[in-house]
Write a protein that binds this ligand. Sequence first.
Ligand code: ADP
Length: 297
Amino acid sequence: MNDHPVDWQTIARHISQANGSHFQMDTLYNIVGGTTNTAYRLEGGNQNYFVKINCHPHFEFFAAEAAGLAELGQPAVIKVPLPLCWGTTEQHAYLVMEYITLKTDITTSASILLGQQLAVMHQVSKVPFGWYRNNYLGLTLQKNNLEENWVEFWRHQRLGYQLQLASRNGYSSLQTIGERLLADLHGFFGHYQPHSSLLHGDLWSGNYAQDMQGQPVIFDPAVYYGDRETDLAMTELFGGFPRSFYEAYQERWPLDPGYSIRKNLYKLYHVLNHLNLFGGNYLKQAEKMIASLLSEL
Ligand code: ADP
């Protein structure tokens, strides 16, 4: 994000247009907790909005995020902040959405609800694997070209794509073992035939909370349609979700026993993405994960 002052007047005008009623900003509050953007609560009259700001190239990220929030909100299963408008001012890109007062220390009943609702959301299936548009995982492009074959999708648009980025970033130790893994990917699937589920796509513990009524809320997605096991695997990667969440999910829609191994294939995608974004220890972690996956074949 650059140091220029944010042009709040333009953003307020856009909010007024999108709502069809005049919005006058009174107060601005900083919101902490994000990993990529600067976030604010914008208050005016009795209205509140959650606004993300970044520099111009982020316009595409925000357009993709708005499309993802709208897609997740459409079946009305899990509460999602609805996007209102997005655009650019002279110096910045912005995304405005519904403001929801959030509590991050989620109660057991909200965690059970989240497990149940995620299982129901995963039953939403509209297209083959992929989506109608690309989006971003953090700052990395996530390709979503529609594909009927899940193994091909995971091979080319997920693991293969991240391995290519890793090669460009100089992580050569991953290439030979990575290629072996890609070549043998079908070995992890046996008779398992993934359903094409509506996915959050980046469901780590920093991307869910609960509202003041005790309803779970998910946000900051990287939506596409794919194997539901990928969302579950991501929940386990950084910190994990409460046990009650997993029990509630499994009760609604039990997981295939092969999940216990495939989840590492799915976690690997996120670990490679972290390696490509942040470097460091993720290299050792990715090497270990690939070696361990190869030993399962
Ligand atoms: P970033 O894109 O920078 O990672 P996030 O989307 O994760 O930002 O949002 C940053 C923080 O703001 C979250 O951790 C959450 O606590 C809070 N938050 C996210 N969306 C909303 C919202 N619609 N209303 C209120 N708070 C929100």
